[in-house]
Design a protein around this ligand. Structure first.
Ligand SMILES: CC(C)(COP(=O)(O)OP(=O)(O)OC[C@H]1O[C@@H](n2cnc3c(N)ncnc32)[C@H](O)[C@@H]1OP(=O)(O)O)[C@@H](O)C(=O)NCCC(=O)NCCS
Length: 273
């Protein structure tokens, strides 16, 4: 049996799994090492643009929680009690980690990633040169592209269960404004900009301001500038306003929004943004 089949087998016996199960633990730790080094990932985008979830990799992560017991760690005055390890070896990986940031082992951080005091959970993938700004959180299994900026306080949701659930995907060159919440398998396309404070999930309609049409639910297509807005909705009890995400501008392919480009220029010249 290959690794994938063995993980499937252990997962079908999930209830019997515990820290003493040496064989299962060896297989699961191998998957986590491969995730940590970017040799495996939980999901990717295929040639047709669809998100493909590798369910067995997620099953390995779920097994890990069964196979690990709690351990106590002390760092100076700080004490932690957890089942999982933290990521290490950042210098070799070419990743900058500001004090206060932490990433769990089994997340992958590509060269050039900057972690401001932020958090990256297991199974997440973060592409090259992406900035995870202060208090941003990248949930388990979320897939973040290259050259992305997750601005301060952004919440990227994690999806562990069920194992076939689609994770949040942020594609290359996207800019996610401060305090946005992108959760439950929502997706932001390449080069798109989400205005500060936008909430995107698979129930929230994404409406094109130029046509008034709903283009999707929970998916902002490539090269759009979108902000949080409201739509009128009739209920038996009266008229109310529910949130929607409004596309206020379409960028041409490869174009950077002027405000986003300005941030990058300032950062490239060492000016704090
Ligand atoms: C979305 C954004 C990029 C739009 O910038 P812009 O293209 O220059 O557009 P404008 O500022 O002219 O705004 C266009 C309209 O959208 C509205 N709008 C802008 N940002 C909005 C937001 N975050 N939420 C809701 N509405 C917003 C404006 O009020 C404006 O409405 P108006 O035409 O009636 O005046 C910008 O407003 C934004 O949110 N940037 C992210 C900032 C951030 O998070 N920085 C992180 C620190 S580095």
């Amino acid at each position: 049996m290959d690794l994938e089949a063995r993980i499937g087998n252990w997962f079908s016996h999930l209830a019997e799994m515990g820290p003493d199960h040496v064989e299962a633990r060896r297989d699961v730790e191998l998957v986590i090492t491969k995730l940590d080094d970017g040799q495996l990932r939980v999901a990717d985008i295929d040639a047709t643009g669809s998100v493909v979830v590798h369910e067995w990799v997620k099953q390995a992560i779920l097994l890990l929680f069964r196979l690990r017991g709690l351990e106590r760690h002390e760092v100076g005055p700080f004490e932690y009690v957890d089942k999982l390890d933290l990521k290490t070896d950042y210098e070799r990986r070419g990743v900058r980690v500001v004090p206060g940031a932490s990433a769990r082992r089994g997340s992958y951080l590509s060269p050039g990633v900057i972690l401001m005091p932020s958090y990256v959970n297991i199974g997440a993938w973060v592409g090259a040169n992406t900035m995870v700004d202060t208090w941003a959180t990248v949930g388990s299994c979320a897939q973040i592209g290259a050259n992305v900026h997750l601005a301060g306080g952004v919440g990227i949701g994690g999806v562990l269960e069920p194992a076939n659930a689609v994770p949040v995907v942020i594609e290359d060159d996207a800019f996610i404004g401060s305090r946005c919440m992108v959760v439950e398998g929502a997706r932001v396309g390449r080069g798109s900009v989400l205005g500060a404070g936008t909430i995107l999930n698979p129930s929230i309609p994404v409406i094109d301001a130029a046509t008034g049409e709903e283009v999707s639910r929970g998916y902002v297509p490539d090269y759009c500038v979108a902000v949080m807005a409201q739509r009128r909705r009739e209920f038996a009890g009266g008229e109310f306003f529910l949130p929607c995400v409004l596309i206020i501008q379409r960028l041409s392919e490869g174009e950077r929004h002027n405000k986003v480009a300005l941030n990058e220029i300032l950062r490239d010249h060492g000016v704090a943004t």
